[in-house]
Structures are given as structure tokens and as C-alpha cells.
Design a protein around this ligand. Structure first.
Ligand code: ZN
Length: 303
């Protein structure tokens, strides 16, 4: 093993961030790369340590999933369960059981994939428009559109999603993904999966009025508490969007910590609990891509 890839310093917290998993063997090798020289911990252990309780073991690794997609149950869970690894799922409660997925980016993706248009006009958040090529580059075009749309205030962004779908000429885009149902989540929770807060509607919290931030976080928490005896008091910021106001509201509502989507490995000593970085792992990343991400995360974590 390459020693340079093993964290030597104590007091680091690596948080793996998954959304989708595509394949059992690939997911196993992703976990292997994440776990090399590290010890898996639960979200509750992290919360306890952040509150000044028992410290985390050296090289702690927390495995997190966002959005509760169906492939978690089919691909990831059997592996995690077999290996006895703790995991936390962050659930946006409005979307539980949506089959096909009604998340805006999933609908947008299938609209891009199903479109026969060669180009569309994409409004830009900084003003003006972009003539976006679609034909032959649907997946790239979807990514660019998604990134640009996230720059708008949330309400406007959702209107642009509908406008873009219409201009792609796909009247009812059907996502290839689904979101787990309450029954499925309950049975996973019963088997040890932790559940954390990801708001109700997955609104970008720094792009909505302040009073809605509270509704979104408190509402998401309330929906989860109605189903689960114990909800992890941690928020994953939808789309990783947050600002100081959002952090304060989360803390005020009883959250003990919050997760960003910024790549980085955290050092417990100097960590702001409402700005925890993660290491994003895509469904098709192989072990060396995961190691590279973590190496990058260690560099970024030092900032
Ligand atoms: Zn999400």
C-alpha cells in the first residue's frame, strides 16, 4: 500500500458522500479505498464527539448518502449490512416514495436525454442567455444547465427548470431513478441505518426567504420524527447551498452539525460543525478515483 495515501494525523474526520451506487463490486472497491487506514463511525458517534463527548478514533470515516435513492437498497445496503458498516441516509421528505423520482435534476436529466433538439436557449443567472448545444452532448448539457440553474434564487430556478424542459420538447420526462418509500426507509432504519435531515422540498436554503429556511428544516425534521424514533440531529444542506443565516437557523432548530458538498477532509480540532466537508464519490468512480478524491480532500482540508 502507498503510505502517502494513509492519513497519519489523528483527529481527522473523512465523510464519504454518496448519492447513487451502480454496481456491487464497484461499490465494494470504493468502500475499500475509503476504509484503507480508517475506521468507520456512525453519525451519532460524530455528533457525540462534536458535543465534547467521546472522541472519534484516529482516521474516522463516516459514510453518508443523500436523497434516499432506490439503488441504495438494491446495491449499497446489502454490502454495508454484510460488512457491518454504519451509514446515514439524508432524506428530503417531500420526495419519499417518488417513483419515478421527481427531483428537478432527475426530470431535467431525462428531458435532456430524450430531447431531439439540437440546441436550446439557457437563461444565465448573471443576465443574458446561452445557446446550449444538446445534440450529441446531452449529459454534458444537462450538467451545465444544472450548474447554471443552481445560481438562481430557488423559485426562479424551479421556473427555469420547467422552461428548459419545455424547450427540450419533452412533455413529461420520466426519471430512470426512484426514491425509497417510507416503508423501505422504516425497515432500513430498523436494521440500523441512521436517518438525517435534508429538508422537505430540497430547496436551496441560501436562495429562499429566511422564514422558509426555518419551515424547510423544521418541516423535514418533523416528518422524520413522525416516522422514526431517533433522527440524527444533522442537516445535509440541499445542493450544498448555505450561508451564515442558514447555519444559524439550523443550529437554532436543534441541529448539532451540518454537511456541505465541498470536498475536504475535516480536522476535528478546528472544525466548524456546521461546515463539515465531504468527499464526493460518484457511482462510477473506481478505487483510484476515490483515492485521488481523498488526496485532494486532504489538501483542501488544510485551508
Ligand atoms: Zn440532496
Amino acid at each position: 500500500m502507498d503510505r502517502s495515501l494513509v492519513p497519519r494525523s489523528e483527529g481527522t474526520l473523512t465523510v464519504g458522500m454518496f448519492h447513487h451506487t451502480a454496481d456491487t463490486a464497484l461499490f465494494e472497491s470504493q468502500l475499500e479505498a475509503l476504509l484503507a487506514g480508517r475506521i468507520a463511525v456512525s453519525g451519532m458517534q460524530v455528533v457525540t464527539a462534536l458535543k465534547g463527548g467521546e472522541a472519534l478514533p484516529a482516521g474516522a470515516l463516516w459514510i453518508t448518502f443523500d436523497d434516499a435513492y432506490g439503488d441504495f437498497l438494491e446495491v449499497a445496503w446489502p454490502v454495508l449490512e454484510r460488512k457491518g458498516l454504519p451509514v446515514t441516509q439524508f432524506v428530503a421528505t417531500d420526495f419519499v416514495g417518488s417513483n419515478p423520482s421527481m427531483f428537478w435534476w432527475d426530470r431535467l436529466e431525462s428531458a435532456f436525454e430524450g430531447s431531439t433538439k439540437s440546441r436550446i436557449v439557457l437563461p444565465l443567472a448573471g443576465g443574458g442567455t446561452q445557446n446550449l448545444q444538446v445534440a450529441g452532448t446531452a449529459s454534458q448539457a444537462h450538467k451545465s444547465a444544472r450548474t447554471e440553474i443552481k445560481r438562481f434564487p430557488h423559485g426562479e430556478a424551479m421556473a427555469i427548470v420547467e422552461q428548459v424542459i419545455e424547450s427540450l420538447g419533452v412533455s413529461n420526462p420520466i426519471s430512470k431513478h426512484r426514491v425509497l418509500s417510507w416503508d423501505e426507509l422504516e425497515s432500513l432504519h430498523g436494521c440500523g441505518m441512521e436517518v438525517g435531515v435534508h429538508t422537505r422540498s430540497h430547496a436551496m436554503l441560501d436562495r429562499i426567504p429566511a422564514e422558509r429556511v426555518e419551515e424547510e428544516i423544521a418541516g423535514g425534521l418533523e416528518d422524520l420524527k413522525a416516522r422514526f424514533a431517533d433522527v440524527l440531529p444533522v442537516l445535509a444542506y440541499p445542493s450544498g447551498q448555505f450561508d451564515l443565516g442558514v447555519m444559524r437557523v439550523a443550529e437554532h432548530l436543534g441541529m448539532e452539525a451540518a454537511l456541505t458538498v465541498d470536498n475536504g477532509i475535516n480536522r476535528m480540532g478546528s472544525l466548524n460543525p456546521f461546515e463539515i466537508r465531504r468527499v464526493p464519490i460518484g457511482p462510477f468512480a473506481d478505487a483510484s478515483a476515490v483515492r485521488l478524491r481523498m488526496l485532494l480532500g486532504r489538501l483542501l482540508g488544510k485551508r
